[in-house]
Design a protein around this ligand. Structure first.
Ligand code: E4P
Length: 219
C-alpha cells in the first residue's frame, strides 16, 4: 500500500520524507490556501518545492472547471516536474479532460469521488488514480470504507489499472480498513501515519529493556 500525505505544508512533507515511508503527496486548493499560497506563480513555485522534497507522485489540483481551461492549467502543472499528477474534479468536463490527459501521457487523479458510478467513469476515462473521500462520506453517515471496497471490486472485475486512492482518511482505523480491503493508496494527515507507531506494550517493553540494560551495566 502506498502512503501519501494530504498537505501543502513543506515542514510536514520533509518530516514524512525523512521517515522513509512516504510515497507521495496530495494537495487541494483548501490546503494550499491554508499555507497562504495564492497567485499562479506562487502556486507553481510551491508545487515545484514539494516535488523537490518528495520522491514520489505529487497531486496538483486544477482550479478551472471548463475543459479548455483545465487542459491549459493541467499542462502547465505537468510541465513542472515528472512526478506531478494533475488532479481533476469529477465533473463532465473533468472526465473529458482526464481522457485528453491520458491520451497525452499526462497522469491524473480524479478527485471528489463519492460513488461507484463516478469511479467507473474515472477509470473509463483513463485516470491514473481515483480519489473516493472516505471521511467526508462518514461525515454524512454514509459508509466511506464500503465505497472503497465496492470500487476495488469493480476495478478488479474489469482489470482497470486506475489506482484506488482512499482520500479523506482521518484516523488509523480508516487506514487499516483500507489496507484490509486492498486500496492501492491512502492519503491523509501525517498524524494518521504517525499514529500507527503507537502501542502501549511497545512503550512498556522498551522502558523495561532499557531499565534492565542499565541495571546490568551497573552491576
Ligand atoms: C483528497 O485528495 C483530499 O485532498 C483530501 O483527502 C480531503 O480530505 P478532508 O476531507 O479531510 O479535507
Amino acid at each position: 500500500m502506498k502512503f501519501f500525505i494530504d498537505t501543502a505544508n513543506l515542514a510536514e512533507i520533509r518530516e514524512a520524507q525523512d521517515m522513509g515511508i512516504l510515497d507521495g503527496v496530495t494537495t487541494n486548493p483548501s490546503l494550499m490556501a491554508k499555507e497562504g499560497i495564492t497567485g499562479k506563480d506562487n502556486v507553481l513555485r510551491h508545487y515545484k518545492q514539494i516535488c523537490d522534497i518528495v520522491e514520489g507522485d505529487v497531486s496538483a489540483e486544477v482550479i478551472a472547471t471548463t475543459f479548455d481551461e483545465m487542459i491549459r492549467e493541467g499542462e502547465e502543472l505537468a510541465e513542472l516536474d515528472e512526478n506531478i499528477v494533475v488532479k481533476v474534479p469529477m465533473i463532465k468536463d473533468g472526465v473529458k479532460a482526464i481522457k485528453y490527459f491520458s491520451e497525452k501521457g499526462i497522469r491524473t487523479n480524479c478527485t471528489l469521488v463519492f460513488s461507484a458510478g463516478q469511479a467507473l467513469l474515472a477509470a473509463k476515462a483513463g485516470a491514473s488514480y481515483v480519489s473516493p473521500f472516505v471521511g467526508r462520506l462518514d461525515d454524512i453517515s454514509t459508509d466511506g470504507i464500503a465505497l472503497i471496497e465496492q470500487i476495488v471490486g469493480i476495478y478488479r472485475n474489469y482489470g482497470y489499472t486506475t489506482e484506488v486512492l482512499a482520500a479523506s482518511v482521518r484516523h488509523p482505523m480508516h487506514l487499516i480498513q483500507c489496507a484490509e480491503i486492498g486500496a492501492d493508496v491512502m492519503t491523509g494527515p501525517l498524524s494518521v501515519i504517525k499514529a500507527l507507531l503507537n502501542h502501549p506494550l511497545t512503550d512498556i517493553g522498551l522502558a523495561k529493556f532499557l531499565e534492565d540494560n542499565k541495571k546490568a551495566a551497573n552491576k
